[in-house]
Ligand binder design. Structure first.
Ligand SMILES: *Cc1c(COP(=O)(O)O)cnc(C)c1O
Length: 406
């Protein structure tokens, strides 16, 4: 057996010369001496050294290189570099889940006594993280309506260190103006943090619109086939490469090499999948708007959407999530869900399998009823994450329940 360490063949590719779809397939990988065409996976917890001196240099950080997979791993690094290239960020840190990415961001960048202004239309678990756990460590959060600029301004305090949002929001697809909020946060020395899970860099690149940090749940569209949990934080070398990475390597919610490999493969096809998701979602939204049992459709690609113009400017397509209110209440909404035979009744999203859910009694069931109503999560609201099945089959599955109501 050769005793020499692996020799990497590094092609000096100038990333700036490539476009997004190419970066998704070609960036971030260093081919090994085996000359494989598809990315290798490195399921190893630790790494070995040629000498005691080399070990000492690596541990002290004087010489860069792998030490332990809680810190760095070649497969995970490929995922990080590729996603950073796609989002246009200097640094990316991969995490065990989307929630670990959000936790690590706030642990790394905020301290006791700091304040966050957050959109009230964020992922339910993120809200719980803010109000139940960050609060225990003296970090306060004020919630504001996603699209109310005056409310964002008024909520800022002298100790506000971060503005946080998702856009489009879940499930009502409200669009936040990233450019405006980036200016607002800069003028108050705060960071704008955007959870870009629903759009992915294919539809929206918040850093290019002025955001400081982008967060992902890779569990959703980046995997795209509902297999692995993972997350990522993208931003500057200082904030993400040092501060957030410091939390991950110390606290331990690192991404596994196997999951990273699945996500690398997911990134390669992300652009074709997102295009196909959006095409189906848009057509489904148009069809639903015409159905007599449907009261209202929420989809940023429809001209009837209140922030249609902003969505056109900020996103390259409307996304895969379509929500709609059915004429009636909870009973009617449930009857449409229960009449489906193919759609997956699950709160998960971003999968090739179309899913259907009733937000008021699932994703938002822990939100107080008055607050749910105030934020538009009514009992007759249904959310569909449009997958990649044939649209005619998705439509037929929904039509069965809807037709019963007219
Ligand atoms: C699912 C989700 C998360 C959490 O990600 P996990 O990978 O499940 O931890 C965060 N933000 C948004 C918008 C999500 O949809």
């Amino acid at each position: 057996m050769p005793q020499k360490p692996l020799v990497y063949i590094i092609k000096d590719i100038k990333l700036d010369e490539f476009l997004l779809e190419t970066l998704a397939i070609r960036s971030g990988y260093e081919r090994t001496h085996e000359q494989e065409n598809s990315e290798a996976i490195f399921p190893t917890s630790s790494f070995v050294y040629e000498s005691a001196q080399q070990a000492a240099d690596r541990f002290s950080g004087e010489v860069p290189g792998n030490v332990y997979s809680r810190f760095t791993n070649p497969t995970v690094r490929t995922f990080e570099k590729r996603l950073a290239a796609m989002e246009g960020g200097e640094a990316c840190v991969a995490t065990a889940s989307g929630m670990a990415a959000i936790l690590a961001t706030f642990m790394g960048l905020l301290s006791h006594g700091d304040h966050i202004v957050s959109s009230s239309s964020i992922f339910g678990t993120t809200k719980v993280l803010f109000t139940k756990y960050l609060a225990k460590f003296g970090i306060e959060v004020s919630f504001v309506p996603q699209t109310d600029h005056q409310a964002w301004c008024s909520a800022i305090q002298s100790n506000t260190k971060a503005l946080f949002l998702e856009t489009p929001s879940n499930p009502l697809t409200e669009i936040a103006d990233i450019g405006y909020l980036a200016e607002l946060s800069k003028s108050h020395n705060a960071l704008l943090i955007v959870d870009n899970c629903f759009c992915t860099p294919i539809l929206q690149q918040p850093l290019k619109l002025g955001a400081d940090i982008v967060i992902h749940s890779a569990t959703k569209f980046i995997d795209g086939q509902g297999r692995c949990l993972g997350g990522a934080v993208i931003g500057s070398e200082k904030l993400v490469g040092e501060e957030v990475r410091g939390v991950i390597r110390t606290a331990g919610p690192s991404m596994s090499p196997f999951n990273a490999w699945v996500f690398i493969k997911g990134l390669e096809t992300l652009h074709v999948r997102m295009e196909a998701h959006c095409l189906r979602a848009h057509k489904l939204a148009l069809w639903l708007s015409e159905h007599p049992a449907v009261e209202k459709v929420f989809y940023p690609g429809l001209e009837s959407h209140p922030q249609y113009a902003l969505a056109q400017q900020q996103q390259t397509a409307g996304g895969a999530l379509v929500s709609f209110r059915i004429k009636g209440g909870r009973e009617q909404a449930w009857s449409v869900i229960d009449a489906t035979q193919m759609l997956s009744i699950t709160a998960n999203l971003g999968d090739v399998k179309t899913s259907i859910t009733h937000p008021a009694t699932t994703t938002h069931c822990r939100v107080a009823a008055e607050e749910r109503l105030a934020t538009g999560i009514t009992d007759n609201l249904v959310r569909v994450s449009v997958g990649l099945e044939n649209l005619a089959d998705i439509q037929a599955d929904l039509q069965r329940g809807l037709d019963q109501l007219i």
